[in-house]
Design a protein around this ligand. Structure first.
Ligand code: FE
Ligand code: FE
Length: 273
């Protein structure tokens, strides 16, 4: 990493080297992410967390994610572990005293474990990519918005108005989002009683909601609580996006440091997933 410039354009959804893979991912995502699908996934997840019968340490989960390359990412095709350490270390370089933000850098994408759960092994279209509200009109600011044409909810009058099933400014905690790693890992953090601050929880839950934090859409559903934490999401996003480099960080040397942070913000080593 260091100070060298990296000649690369981020979030190119038109003609990146990965365009075919990314476009296919969003075609499936936009076609299949319906309100019913989201409610069903939330139910499966809540039931498993309540049973508490699938346990892993964060490092065991990290090892699993070392085998995953995110098909929604036009920028890089490195394993998720590389992205986790690059984000965390980029944050540490700029915010050396902000331990919770560094740890969020390392863990923010751990929800991609959804690709590996025994009873909820989802395909990538239900795990990765930008998120958006379901149960109301799909905004044109969503990437590949043209792919919503075949989503059954698009044809449902009740789900296709500006507010849909929601009240004005009800707040995003009361909105159902396309299912994926943001919502899932937020639920894991809450269920396992992580002591990460509210800023961290909002970053995890809404970091893929680009139509809002990057394009200013869906302001008619946000509330004071969402606005309060937006600046932290934007601060985090710089590192999530601009730390992507082909070079690998020396990950082994960093494990001890981040293990210390995990011990600070989680009451147990083993988490329920
Ligand atoms: Fe993410
Ligand atoms: Fe990320």
């Amino acid at each position: 990493m260091g100070g060298q410039t990296y000649d690369h354009e981020y979030r190119n959804y038109v003609d990146s080297e990965r365009q075919q893979t990314v476009s296919k991912l969003y075609y499936l995502n936009h076609t299949k992410q319906t309100l019913d699908f989201v409610l069903e996934q939330k139910r499966i997840c809540a039931a498993r967390l309540a049973r508490g019968d699938y346990k892993l340490t964060l490092w065991e989960a990290m090892k699993q994610l070392d085998t995953l390359v995110d098909d929604s990412d036009p920028d890089i095709d490195a394993a998720q572990t590389v992205h986790a350490f690059q984000t965390a270390e980029a944050i540490r370089a700029v915010h050396p005293d902000n331990e919770w933000l560094q740890l969020v850098g390392l863990l923010h994408d751990m929800g991609k474990m959804l690709c590996f759960l025994p009873d909820q092994k989802l395909e990538q279209w239900a795990v990765v990519g930008d998120t958006f509200p379901v149960g109301c009109k799909h905004d044109s600011a969503i990437v590949f918005a043209e792919h919503f044409a075949e989503n059954p909810d698009t044809k449902d009058q009740k789900l296709n108005s500006e507010y849909g099933i929601y009240e004005p400014n009800c707040g995003f905690d009361n909105v159902h989002f396309s299912y994926g790693h943001d919502e899932y890992f937020y639920q894991v953090l809450v269920h396992n009683k992580s002591t990460l601050p509210q800023e961290a929880l909002n970053i995890v839950r809404y970091h893929s909601f680009y139509p809002w934090h990057n394009k200013g859409a869906y302001k008619h559903l946000e509330n004071e609580h969402d606005r309060k934490y937006l600046d932290w999401i934007l601060e985090f996003n710089k590192f999530d996006l601009y730390s992507k480099r082909p070079e690998l960080p020396a990950m082994e040397e960093l494990v001890a440091y981040y293990d210390g942070l995990m011990n600070k913000y989680f009451p147990t080593k083993e988490l329920m997933w």
